[in-house]
Ligand binder design. Structure first.
Ligand SMILES: [Zn+2]
Length: 281
């Protein structure tokens, strides 16, 4: 009887010991996986910063006052029916054409800059890719294509429309911001500023900037005029609201510090060929 009890105790002790060893192993594995994930996260953001710094050093600085850096203007990156809604088709570049444009830039050693970087470090052989309105397809289609080649863009956000159907959410915008994209303002609700009264225009311009800065914890330096409409008063309001520049829908690339509140862009319409895209660069 006594021997049996001892045996039973030994078996019990063995089982307890095995449970302890097994759970320690499980805990150790999970701890290691968590550590690895943290390291990966840290590494990718340090790598991005290092990469940007390296690019800045490698490329020759171009004239500090005039920067003829193409600022491309996109709205939607999606496949639409050429015989369907003409307005939507005009604003939508197909996914394959966008891919083709990014491949062209990559194969020809172009870098992407944000507008703030263009101002701080204008570099030869670089472009700025801007996306108006904050449509969801930019997050779903353009962002993954750009991530693959290490490109970053600028999003002009209409704050009232964030998280509504067809537009990006704050979480998605935050992901872009963390990937190095610049956040710009495109007003609260996309009114035509040219005809808006002073107080309403001030509210559209100043409040949208504050909302983006507070929600995404980032500095908003640039503005985009809805439908390209503005007047001299609009520029005064922008300056007093602490913006450092604004983009228009005016075609061109002769930008400088002298027209920093009226930057010209190259509109990429639906159906644009690779030639249309490469012609200005
Ligand atoms: Zn717009």
């Amino acid at each position: 009887m006594k021997v049996n009890k001892v045996k039973l105790f030994l078996v019990f002790a063995l089982v307890v010991l095995l449970i302890i060893i097994f759970s320690s192993l499980l805990f150790y594995q999970k701890y290691n996986a968590d550590q690895k994930q943290n390291n990966d996260k840290q590494n990718s953001s340090t790598e991005l910063k290092d990469e940007i710094e390296k690019e800045k050093k490698q490329l020759p600085k171009i004239n500090n006052t005039t920067f003829n850096i193409p600022i491309y203007m996109y709205h939607h990156i999606q496949d639409t029916d050429p015989d369907g809604d003409q307005l939507l088709y005009g604003l939508s570049l197909s996914i394959s054409s966008f891919q083709e444009q990014m491949n062209y830039l990559k194969n020809n050693n172009y870098k992407t800059l944000t507008l703030t970087e263009m101002l701080d470090h204008p570099l030869a052989k670089s472009v700025v890719l801007t996306f108006d309105d904050g449509y969801i397809d930019i997050y779903q289609k353009a962002y993954p294509i750009m991530q693959k080649v290490g490109y970053r863009g600028v999003i002009f956000v209409i704050t009232d429309l964030v998280s509504t159907p067809g537009y990006m959410s704050w979480e998605e915008l935050k992901e872009l911001k963390n990937a190095g994209w610049e956040m710009g303002s495109h007003t609260l609700s996309h009114p035509s500023l040219e005809t808006l009264d002073f107080d309403s225009a001030t509210n559209q311009i100043a409040s949208s900037k504050k909302i983006i800065e507070k929600t995404l914890q980032t500095k908003v330096n640039f503005f985009c005029y809805p439908a390209g409409k503005y007047n001299q008063e609009t520029i005064k309001i922008l300056k007093s609201a602490d913006y450092i520049g604004a983009v228009t829908t005016q075609y061109g690339l002769e930008n400088s510090r002298n027209n920093i509140f009226e930057l010209e862009r190259i509109r990429i319409n639906g159906g644009a060929s690779l030639n249309d895209f490469t012609a200005p660069i």
